[in-house]
Design a protein around this ligand. Structure first.
Ligand code: FES
Length: 166
């Protein structure tokens, strides 16, 4: 069910060296993009764990954009290639979880590509607007899952006292 007043909330994980610099340049050039996006600066898209993406959807994001350096241009050599693989994996996972895979997308942006970044954000928001609210948080009901990290069952067990032998 889509609401006429639905305004998508999109998170954009932007790598510090390229995509975040492009967002900064967009501001300097007065290139506008919709205010529905919240940009989170990451050192490199390779730093993104799949649990960060799951957490974004669990906590109310209607869409997630991952924006990294151009392929071959990652300042950590291959972080964006790892991110690409994780995003593809997560897109398949989203479908299994009942979310549309179009809610997650990765783009490769150089620091000079302010306009393409703005276009990518706008296109992402329009895509999510057509899909409607995130079903996980639809009608304001947040997921009952509070922690997407999978902890071993004994993670909170008290530490054993070590006996000295000498
Ligand atoms: Fe930009 Fe790795 S430094 S994606």
């Amino acid at each position: 069910m889509k609401s006429a007043a639905f305004e998508p909330r999109v998170l954009a994980f932007c790598c510090h060296y390229c995509a975040y610099a492009a967002a900064d340049l967009a501001g300097t050039m007065r290139i506008q993009y919709p205010p529905n996006v919240r940009i989170i600066r990451t050192p490199c898209t390779g730093r993104l764990e799949t649990e960060f993406l799951i957490k974004a959807f669990e906590t109310g994001a209607d869409g997630v954009l991952v924006a990294g350096c151009l392929e071959g241009g990652c300042h950590y050599t291959s972080g964006n290639l790892y991110a690409k693989r994780r995003v593809q994996y997560m897109r398949d996972m989203l479908e299994e979880m009942g979310l549309e895979k179009e809610r997650l997308r990765m783009v490769n942006i150089s620091a000079a590509m302010a306009r393409p970044l703005s276009d990518a954000i706008t296109d992402m928001i329009e895509t999510v607007r057509k899909l409607g609210p995130n079903p996980v948080t639809r009608n304001g009901h947040k997921s009952k899952t509070t922690n997407s990290r999978v902890e071993p069952s004994n993670a909170n067990a008290p530490l054993k006292k070590v006996e000295k032998t000498s």
